[in-house]
Write a new protein. Structure first.
Length: 463
C-alpha cells in the first residue's frame, strides 16, 4: 500500500514538474517573441535561445556604450560649447568649452550632480530658450550678452537648442566675440571710406552744377544724368556716415526733446502724400490722438518717412496704408512699464520667407529690381485721414503745417539697402525695438515699432 502511495506521489510530482517546465518554456517563448530578432534555429530549446539572445543584447549594449562614449568624447573636444538638461531642468552633461564660455569654475559636469541649471549658470535667456524648445518641441536660437558682475565683463553668445527624448534639451553655445569684432571693424572701415569720399563727391557735384548752364542743350541730358549719379552717391555716403554715427554712439548722437509721436506720423504722411495720390492710396490711421515722448524728432521722423515711403511704393493701386498707434504693457520677460506700439501695414506682396531674417541687414534688398528714387519733399497743405470704422480712430482733415512745425526735410533713404538698417539703429538708440513680419489679414508687410514710454503724456482716443 505504501508503494502505491509512493508511486502516486511520484507520478503527481512528475506531472507538476512537467507542467511547470512546459509553462516555463511557454513563458520563454513569449519573452523571445517580444525580442527584436531571433536568428537562432527554432530547434533549440527556449532556454538556450534566450541565453543566446541575452548574449547578443549584451554585446549590442556594449557597442552602444562605446558609441555613446565616442560621441561624448567628440562633444568634449568640440570647439563649440554643449550642455544638456533633463526634464527637471537639472544639468545632465556639459563639456569644457561650455564651461569656458559660461565662465564656470569647475570644468566637469560631475561637479554639479542633480543641480538646477539656473543654480549653475545665472542666465535667464538660456533658461527661457530651454523652456521654448521643450514646450514647442522644435529648434530655437537666441543671441544675448552674458554679463559677469564680479568682473564687470560682458561677451556676446549664441545658443541653439534642440529637443531630445524624455524631455531632455541639448544646447550648443557659440562665442560671437570674434564675429562682433569683425562686424565692428567692417563698420569702421565703411565709415572711414565714406568719410574720405564725402569731400571729393561734394567737389564733383559743385563742378557739375557750375558747368551745367554752360553746356549746350544737345549735351544737357548727359550732365543731368551725371548730376543724378553724383547726388545718389552723395546720399549713399551720407547714409553710411549716419549709420556709423548711430551704431557707435547711439545715445550720444540723439537730440532728445518732447515730441507728439502721432503728429510726427501725420507730418511724414503729408510729405509723401503726392506720391500716394499718384497711385490713389489712402492712409487709415487708428489709435491715440496725442502721445508725447522724449525722442530725437528729426531721426524718428526719418524712420516714419522711410517706412511709409516703402508702404507706398510696394502697395497696389487703390489700397489703404494702415497705421495703428496704441500704448501697451510690455510683454517681454524682465521688462515692466508701458510701451508705445506703432504698426505700419500695407497690402502689398509682403516679405518672402527667405528675406525676413535679413530685412534689417545693411545693403540687403529682397528684390533687386526695386530701385528707389528720390521722393519729392513737398509740403502739401492738407491731408485726409480716413477712419477704419471703429470708435477709437482719429479722423484728421485739412491739417495745415507751417514751416516752423515741419522737421528738417530728410529725403527717404536711397535704394542702397540702408534704409531699414538705419531705421533699426535709430529705434535701438531710443531703447525700442522694430520687427518685420507679414500681416495675417492683408498679407502685406507689417513693420512694428515698440518705444518705451515711462511718462507718456497721452490724450484719450477720439472718435
Amino acid at each position: 500500500m505504501q508503494l502505491v502511495w509512493f508511486l502516486a506521489g511520484l507520478g503527481l510530482g512528475l506531472g507538476l514538474l512537467a507542467w511547470s517546465a512546459r509553462h516555463f518554456n511557454h513563458q520563454l517563448e513569449r519573452i523571445i517573441r517580444t525580442l527584436p530578432s531571433d536568428p537562432y534555429r527554432p530547434t533549440l530549446s527556449p532556454l538556450s535561445r534566450l541565453s543566446r539572445v541575452t548574449l547578443q543584447l549584451q554585446d549590442q549594449l556594449q557597442l552602444n556604450e562605446q558609441e555613446l562614449l565616442g560621441w561624448q568624447d567628440i562633444l568634449r573636444r568640440a570647439p563649440v560649447g554643449y550642455l544638456q538638461v533633463n526634464g527637471a531642468d537639472n544639468l545632465y552633461w556639459i563639456n569644457e568649452r561650455a564651461c569656458d564660455l559660461l565662465k564656470l569654475q569647475s570644468r566637469s559636469w560631475d561637479a554639479w550632480p542633480n543641480r538646477l541649471l539656473l543654480e549653475v549658470v545665472r542666465s535667464i535667456e538660456l533658461d527661457q530658450l530651454i523652456s521654448q524648445v521643450r514646450s514647442g518641441q522644435q529648434e530655437h536660437q537666441i543671441e544675448w550678452i552674458m554679463h559677469l558682475s564680479e568682473r564687470a565683463q560682458e561677451w556676446p553668445l549664441r545658443a541653439y537648442g534642440i529637443p531630445l527624448p524624455e524631455g531632455h534639451v541639448g544646447v550648443f553655445i557659440e562665442d560671437r566675440t570674434e564675429t562682433k569684432n569683425l562686424a565692428e571693424d567692417r563698420d569702421r572701415w565703411t565709415s572711414d571710406v565714406a568719410h574720405e569720399l564725402k569731400t571729393p563727391l561734394t567737389s564733383i557735384r559743385l563742378m557739375v552744377e557750375t558747368l551745367e548752364p554752360r553746356i549746350s542743350w544737345q549735351h544737357r541730358s548727359h550732365i543731368d544724368r551725371l548730376l543724378q549719379e553724383v547726388t545718389r552717391l552723395s546720399d549713399l555716403v551720407k547714409d553710411l556716415l549716419e549709420l556709423s554715427r548711430i551704431t557707435f554712439n547711439q545715445a550720444q548722437t540723439l537730440k532728445l526733446q518732447p515730441v507728439n509721436v502721432p503728429s510726427l506720423i501725420h507730418k511724414a504722411w503729408l510729405n509723401l502724400e503726392p506720391l500716394a495720390q499718384q497711385r490713389n492710396l489712402s492712409l487709415f490711421y487708428q489709435g491715440v490722438e496725442d502721445c508725447t515722448l522724449n525722442v530725437d524728432k528729426n531721426r524718428l521722423y526719418r524712420v516714419f518717412l522711410n517706412l511709409i515711403d516703402n508702404a507706398i511704393k510696394y502697395s497696389p493701386v487703390d489700397q489703404p496704408i494702415i497705421v495703428q498707434v496704441e500704448v501697451v504693457q510690455s510683454a517681454e520677460e524682465g521688462e515692466r512699464g508701458q510701451r508705445l506700439c506703432i504698426d505700419i501695414i500695407d497690402t502689398g506682396s509682403g516679405f518672402s520667407a527667405e528675406s525676413l531674417p535679413h530685412i534689417f541687414k545693411r545693403f540687403y534688398r529682397s528684390d533687386p529690381s526695386r530701385v528707389r528714387g528720390t521722393v519729392p519733399m513737398g509740403n502739401p497743405e492738407a491731408v485726409s485721414l480716413q477712419p477704419l470704422g471703429t470708435s477709437d480712430v482719429i479722423q484728421a482733415t485739412s491739417v495745415a503745417l507751417s514751416e516752423q512745425e515741419q522737421p528738417s526735410a530728410v529725403a527717404p533713404l536711397g535704394g542702397s539697402g540702408l534704409g531699414l538698417a538705419i531705421a533699426q539703429q535709430i529705434i535701438l538708440a531710443h531703447g525700442g525695438t522694430i520687427r518685420a513680419r507679414n500681416h495675417p489679414q492683408t498679407g502685406g508687410a507689417w513693420l512694428q515699432i515698440m518705444l518705451p514710454c515711462p511718462r507718456c503724456s497721452m490724450a484719450p482716443e477720439v472718435s
